[in-house]
Write a protein that binds this ligand. Sequence first.
Ligand SMILES: [Ca+2]
Ligand SMILES: [Ca+2]
Ligand SMILES: [Ca+2]
Ligand SMILES: [Ca+2]
Length: 413
Amino acid sequence: MKKKYKLVKILIFMGFLLTCCNSEEVSVLEESTIQVTQPQIISSPTPKEIGITKIEIDGELDDWTNYKILSEDDSGDSESGEFDIKLVKAFTNDQYFYLMIDANRRIGEYVQIDLDIDVNGDGRMDYMAVFRPRTDDDSILMNQNADEENPVTFNPDNFAEGDGIEFKMPISIIENQHSFTITNLRIMKGVCCEADWQVEDSMGSFKVENLEERELAKSEKYNKWLSSSFEGIASKPFVINDTDPAVSGARALIVNEQNTTVYIISEFSAILSKVNIDPSSANFGEVIVLAEGLLRPTDLDINGTETIAYVTTESGFDQAGKESLLQIDLKTNEITELSNQLGHPTNVILSQDEAEGYIVDLRNGSFYRIDLESGTITTINKGLNNPYPAAINQAETDAYILTDPAAKGDYPK
Ligand SMILES: [Ca+2]
Ligand SMILES: [Ca+2]
Ligand SMILES: [Ca+2]
Ligand SMILES: [Ca+2]
């Protein structure tokens, strides 16, 4: 019998600690007088058309046809014939530095690629970028002018190897320089950094210039991704947001009924936030902070009209939090503690009529119903072994509870 798969598109919110770099810009509206003048017809020159960068970082170089060669390298000059650089093409658009490396013959053995970057034109390297296309390792950028070692890491999705190498790096991490010089590009081979660690082939320098191109907006990328087909049981994940500090240490999420908003509770930031996932919105991917100071949250639920959030919290690894069920009014930002009589709440689910909540209590091995008006707790079941996540059927006649979940570092002996 033929197996039928339900195809699933995967969306990702990354909750990690920020190492750099986007400061939020706040624009202030100043009071101003509006002047009305007679409209004038001016024959203005057509604005220069800004193209959209359509390079796919997939290792295939056919999307580079219309870009000019920046520098060519000798043929047959590589150390062991494994990776002989033929030529490079590169440019920056409004947000990224794009690079492709074409090789003579098929690419053989090598380990990593180093780029020495001079951003101020004095001929000396200011940054060194290091990436390893054959691994999932993060790429690394080292600032040569900083006193201490301060590598910035960036997404491993930003490189690929196929017929050639493709690489992409946000220019925000190199002082937003749109043009700079690669003083040296090296293909490294061997074991870093032992005696056999050697330069397989190198080239440079070449100047990278800015083109009148822009990166696709997040919503444009999302719509393109939505309409793309894929094979297998799930798509390659689409990263909705992996930089906003509000989702740092994200712990639980819930999607609204219209599929336009995701609510996220995050442990490191102690923030309840909402993320725009509306494909028709220009603000797709935007994160809005709804409530702060929610120490050690474990789970959340939202009412149907999206005006009230319910959040469970625990004391946490550092005992900074409290075992509580909180109610957060999303209009007034008022936070009310509905119960402090819980051992260790890990899960909250609203009833269909939104008058009650179902709560899992890990420490007491219990499953409760709580009246959200009075705070009265009714025990539905107890004696559960380390209950953690739960789900309830629509008729609210059956609850499904997982017990004995693995904790961090737990493995069978
Ligand atoms: Ca490509
Ligand atoms: Ca070469
Ligand atoms: Ca320099
Ligand atoms: Ca060379």
